[in-house]
Design a protein around this ligand. Structure first.
Ligand SMILES: Cc1ncc(COP(=O)(O)O)c(C=O)c1O
Length: 397
């Protein structure tokens, strides 16, 4: 490295991360979206991926990806507004708009880009954005990019939200943004109460269904399950999680989507998704439409796992979805817990700050619809091993 100050700064940063057991390394593994992933020559039951419905490996999704690549090649070659558009995009966006019961939809390169696009084109320095404290990092970054005033309300605390809305009642432009399913806690936003409060204060509502779509509301998302979809201005969801592909969408009124096509910089200034991905997404949306029972299956599995955890004295927080955290506290305990599960052949992520608040490090278990009965038995025995191991000791790592 050439600049001395940079060398010093990075050196100190890395040292701090190592001291606090927060140094991240990309794991050496293979087939990370599959039910069974491979690490160090051994197979593990994969409970760390967001491939909740197992669609990434589904025959019709794979075939659609291959067919699209054969038809259109490997790349879109440019941004959508230049020459990056091809026929499949139109089909996918029409399919998504119909699925989400909205006038129009726009596909973007990733969920991260979609949140940046939504917030930076709907909010500016004259806007107040109300945001749940546990919202995803891409929402936090989107608000920063917009230059809006950010008002963070305590997680799922509707009294606090009401007080914040009241305090900013005179602001001329207001947006509320929330995850529907919180990715590290597996709990859900109180969308009924949120839309009611926002309607009273003329606040636009944007909901990120990254972890709700595909699973809740016959695949349409939590807002549909709760019957409040019609009150939401901006529906965002990802295609790289339950849909088993990659990218994201925004659905809403035609004028909203027209505005995003014109104002959303992450859409305008980025190469469009490649054909294989768009083809796969189209097949996945059609599959989920035809098989609305997928979500119920994964939710039933998660309920069974929470029951097992409760019986073992493991804390699953407020989880009510396919994401089941096992909250262990310190980084060291989370890493030890991860090792204990691996000893039994189960792969789950140890999630630590800054992804979750300090002192709430955890294992994040993501259930998936393609687990077999034997997999569930293995998982239960691994959780028993985890509880016993944690009780015995938590070594200083
Ligand atoms: C709530 C939420 N929104 C957005 C994203 C970003 O989506 P993507 O991975 O497609 O960039 C994630 C990813 O984990 C997420 O959990």
């Amino acid at each position: 490295m050439k600049a001395l100050w940079l060398k010093r700064r990075i050196g100190v940063g890395l040292e701090n991360l190592r001291e606090e057991a927060r140094f991240r390394q990309i794991p050496d593994l293979d087939r990370g979206a599959d039910r069974l992933l491979v690490h160090g020559g051994r197979r593990y039951l994969n409970l760390a991926s967001n491939n909740y419905l197992g669609l990434a490996g589904h025959d019709s999704v794979r075939r659609a990806a291959v067919n699209a690549a054969e038809e259109y090649g490997a790349s879109s070659g440019a941004s959508r507004l230049i020459t990056g558009t091809y026929f499949l995009f139109g089909e996918l966006e029409a399919e998504l708009a119909e699925f989400k019961e909205c006038e129009d939809a726009l596909v973007l390169g990733s969920g991260y880009a979609a949140n940046l696009a939504i917030l930076s084109s709907l909010a500016d320095r004259h806007t107040v954005v109300f945001s749940d404290r546990l919202n995803h990092a891409s929402i936090v970054d989107g608000i920063k990019l917009s230059g809006a005033k950010q008002v963070r309300y305590r997680h799922n605390d509707m009294d606090h939200l009401a007080a914040c809305l009241k305090r900013h009642a005179d602001a001329p432009r207001k947006v509320l943004v929330t995850d529907s399913v919180f990715s590290m806690d597996g709990d859900v936003a109180e969308l009924e109460r949120i839309v009611e409060l926002c309607a009273r204060h003329d606040v636009a509502v944007a909901v990120d269904e990254a972890h709700g779509a595909g699973v809740f509301g016959r695949g349409r998302g939590l807002a549909y399950e709760l019957g409040v979809a019609g009150y939401i201005d901006v529906h965002m969801g990802t295609l790289g999680k339950a849909f088993g592909s990659h990218g994201a969408y925004v659905a809403g009124d035609r004028t909203l989507i027209d505005w995003l096509r014109n104002a959303a910089r992450p859409f305008i200034f980025s190469t469009a998704l490649p054909p294989a991905t768009v083809g796969a997404s189209l097949a996945a949306v059609q599959l989920i439409k035809d098989r609305p029972e997928f979500g119920g299956r994964v939710l039933a599995m998660a309920e069974r796992v929470r029951r097992v955890c409760r019986a073992l004295g493991l804390d699953t927080g407020g989880s009510v979805t396919q994401i089941v955290p096992v909250i262990l506290g310190t980084n060291e305990r989370a890493l030890h817990g991860q090792e204990l599960l691996r000893e039994k052949g189960v792969w789950a992520g140890a999630v630590r700050p800054p992804t979750v608040p300090g002192g709430s490090s955890r294992l994040r278990l993501c259930l998936r619809a393609d687990l077999t009965d034997d997999d569930m038995i293995l998982l239960e025995s691994a959780l028993t091993h985890l509880a016993a191991g944690l009780e015995r000791e938590t070594p200083c790592l």
